[in-house]
Ligand binder design. Structure first.
Ligand SMILES: *Cc1c(COP(=O)(O)O)cnc(C)c1O
Length: 430
């Protein structure tokens, strides 16, 4: 496979951007090799600048549930851009998208649009603090909520102490307001709440974890968090930036029947444009400026082009049978991948919820960050490169989710499974 144009662009990029990229995982650091620079994409397929074609399972890390450059989304976005790309004044499209979101998420009485998932979680936490007049936030090791200072924290395996920053540049005073518990382990939450319950403003969780690979909530985990939040008076925030409109129309809270106090959204609701949103019960959202004292604003928030794209996606997702189709395609693909791995004599464990899944190299189970860190990264890197050579683009890291879109056909899934046979053989594994 010729990748010379990507290689020369990567060389240029590294001179002008840190690591040559605008988001670190794109740099291929954990799998090695040259990141592909993308020229264009359509449906489930993506083409790099050297003209190589791939079936895509990254799908821009989740937003593209209808596939790349879906006609309905392209039409809506171009029409909106032609009418003016930003006004700094309210538009009907914002009202429409907010209504569509609230219709699907009964736990949200009101919603505020922002420009990214990071902004959504950062703002939701500010509002939860304003609502409770308490300082601390509890998150889970392995959950990613974007790059706001207080959320760049985990504690690795111990999981039961004050946070330490994961990133340089985060004052430890910020990190100390973040408590870190172990995913799927209610005892680790109870232990922290016994000591800090009175100071706890919010519990924030990915109700299906998607950023340590896909890790589903164990039975009773989300219900337990709901109970603990009720007991302590903390605001329960479901970070559904990936899972919203992905694992069910109403996100994980619909799929698992657990009601959040606040919800953060992003990815799918922007249709591939930069959008985030946070919302919740009226009494909480009434704390947001200009109704309340919690300040949060944005020049491009509720951007008309992004709103138009988001509306087109949510309307397409409302058609009958969409989620059943996604579910059965993803089940079919993961079954085929498991067969291919078994045939190659490689032990893998697949975690799947709806149309998001991760193939971990190892026997599992993978139910928290510690488990995941035990999966075989080197085997994944070999698998990743073999898949890429065979025309399938996966995430360039062993602990990320793969995404199926409505644009992936049965034929595409067969091609992926056919590529996986030799890729598993190349991966080997322990
Ligand atoms: C992607 C993601 C974010 C951050 O969203 P950005 O748009 O990248 O800032 C936050 N939370 C979760 C669960 C995510 O997957």
């Amino acid at each position: 496979m010729n990748t010379s144009h990507s290689a020369s662009l990567f060389a240029r990029a590294q001179r002008v951007m840190p690591g040559g990229v605008n988001s670190p995982v794109r740099a291929f650091r954990s799998v090695g090799g040259t990141p592909r620079f993308i020229d264009r994409a359509k449906g489930p397929r993506i083409w790099d600048v050297d003209g190589n074609e791939y079936i895509d399972l990254v799908m821009s890390w989740g937003p593209l549930i209808l596939g790349h450059a879906d006609e309905r989304v392209v039409r809506a976005a171009t029409a909106a851009a032609a009418r003016g790309s930003s006004f700094g004044a309210p538009t009907e499209a914002e009202v429409r998208l907010a209504e569509l979101v609230i219709e699907r998420f009964p736990s949200m009485d009101m919603v505020r649009m922002v420009n990214s998932g990071t902004e959504a979680t950062m703002s939701a936490i500010r509002v939860a603090r304003a609502f409770t007049s308490r300082p601390k936030v509890l998150k889970f090791d392995g959950c990613w909520h974007g790059h706001a200072d207080g959320l760049l924290v985990k504690t690795g395996s111990t999981g039961m102490q004050y946070g330490v920053p994961d990133s340089a540049g985060v004052p430890s005073a910020y990190a100390q307001e973040t408590l870190v518990a172990t995913y799927n382990d209610l005892d680790s939450v109870t232990g922290l709440v016994e000591r800090h319950g009175d100071e706890l403003a919010a519990i924030i969780v990915e109700p299906v974890a998607g950023n340590m690979g896909v890790v589903p909530p164990a039975s009773g985990f989300l219900e337990g968090l709901r109970r603990i939040a009720d007991t302590t008076g903390a605001v329960l925030i479901f970070d559904e930036v990936i899972t919203g409109f992905r694992v069910a129309p109403g996100g994980a809270q619909e799929r698992y029947g657990v009601v959040a106090d606040m919800t953060t959204l992003g990815k799918i609701i922007g249709g591939g444009f930069p959008v985030g949103a946070y919302g919740g019960r009226a009494e909480i959202m009434e704390r947001v400026s200009p109704l309340g004292p919690a300040v949060q604003a944005g020049t491009l928030a509720g951007n008309p082009v992004a709103m138009a794209a988001g509306i087109a996606v949510l309307e397409a997702l409302a058609e009958p049978g969409v989620y059943e189709g996604l579910e059965s395609k993803a089940a079919q693909l993961t079954a085929a991948l498991s067969d291919a791995a078994a045939e190659a004599g490689v032990t893998v464990t697949t975690n799947r919820v709806g149309s998001m899944f991760t193939t971990f190299f190892g026997s599992g189970p993978y139910m928290n960050a510690d488990d995941v860190s035990g999966a075989d990264k080197e085997a994944y890197a070999r698998y990743f490169h073999a898949m890429l050579e065979n025309g399938v683009a996966m995430a360039p890291s062993y602990c990320e989710a793969a995404f199926i879109s409505t644009a992936h056909t049965d034929e595409d899934l067969d091609l992926i499974a056919a590529a996986a046979g030799p890729a598993f053989a190349a991966a080997g594994g322990r």
